[in-house]
Design a protein around this ligand. Sequence first.
Ligand SMILES: Nc1nc2c(c(=O)[nH]1)N[C@H]1C(S)=C(S)[C@@H](COP(=O)(O)O)O[C@H]1N2
Ligand SMILES: [Mo]
Length: 359
Amino acid sequence: MDGESPGGGITLEELQLAARNHGMPLEALRSPLTPPGLHYVLTHYDIPEVDPTTWRLRVEGHVRRPLELSLREVQALPRVTLAVTMECAGNGRALLAPRPLSQPWIHEAVGTAEWSGTPLSKLLDRAGLGSNAVEVSFEGLDRGVEAGISQHFERSLPVREAARPEVLLAYEMNGGPLPPQHGFPLRLVVPGWYGMASVKWLRRITVLAEPFGGHQQAVAYRLRATEEDEGTPLSRMSPRSLMVPPGIPEFPSRVRHLRSGRVRIDGRAWSGWARVVRVDVSPDGGRSWGKATLGHSPGEHAWIGWSFDWEATPGTYELCSRATDETGRTQPLDPEWNAGGYANNEVQRLRVIVSDDRA
Ligand SMILES: Nc1nc2c(c(=O)[nH]1)N[C@H]1C(S)=C(S)[C@@H](COP(=O)(O)O)O[C@H]1N2
Ligand SMILES: [Mo]
């Protein structure tokens, strides 16, 4: 197989990225909050080494009062805890053909955690935005070379998004300090947006009078029809539903084996644009659909659980599920290709064999 077919011709460089940046095993979809250690991880460069006693956060640029805060000072600010579903914009990339060369996610670049921290807007109020402020940029401690440019990972938000009350500067994940790979000692969490907006290992927040033109904003994380196309920036997560893979997996193909009879299929669905109002399930690759029952959500910015009862008779099936949100956005049955391999929210297809001798 080559790069022209999904998964074909995976390179050693892609494998190297995949070995560093792990996904969430899909069986973790059983829990409303992703168990510690199972949340996906995506890091462009190296995880930086940070001494929390000397670490400082600077807030500067077009502000009336530039700030410099220690971790204790950040932790002394008003505290909020939110359950947030975070997904990498590259989730689904490995299903595209030809495959854009980057982290080859299939479906598993997602997780839901409880993040505790202080609302960014409170800190911006304290610094006092200049009247000419249009964006706020967030710079991480991590550095690398990308597209030939030496850079710190840095992304911005328009002022009106940065001011939303749910945008947090988080110093805890699931009740403990941030793990090194998730941004210790402080990260941004932007509920509803793809993960790239949630800058880890923060060291500086800069209020800008013009749009930020750094690599991660102006070149990467844009939907582009071709490499030359300027494209449009990615922001909020498109709707997606994933199933808890039923039955038992075959090694190494991970095809599922199930017994016949009534099978309860469970899953979780999310959208960064609006509430998920509907999930449909198909046992036959998308030819026929039935409506799932929506269940519990751990929070307004997190996925919602769903379930569907299926009468399984011996045979081979392709299970699909599809989420639709309140704005009418839904998931396509086939991938929509773009040069960066972003936001491919085509429906998940799960191969299942129903028999009474192997399951
Ligand atoms: N400083 C920094 N922040 C970063 C990144 C990074 O490489 N460096 N990766 C971004 C991307 S692309 C994603 S999807 C999320 C992943 O967050 P997680 O590893 O905690 O799941 O972090 C974002 N924040
Ligand atoms: Mo990402």
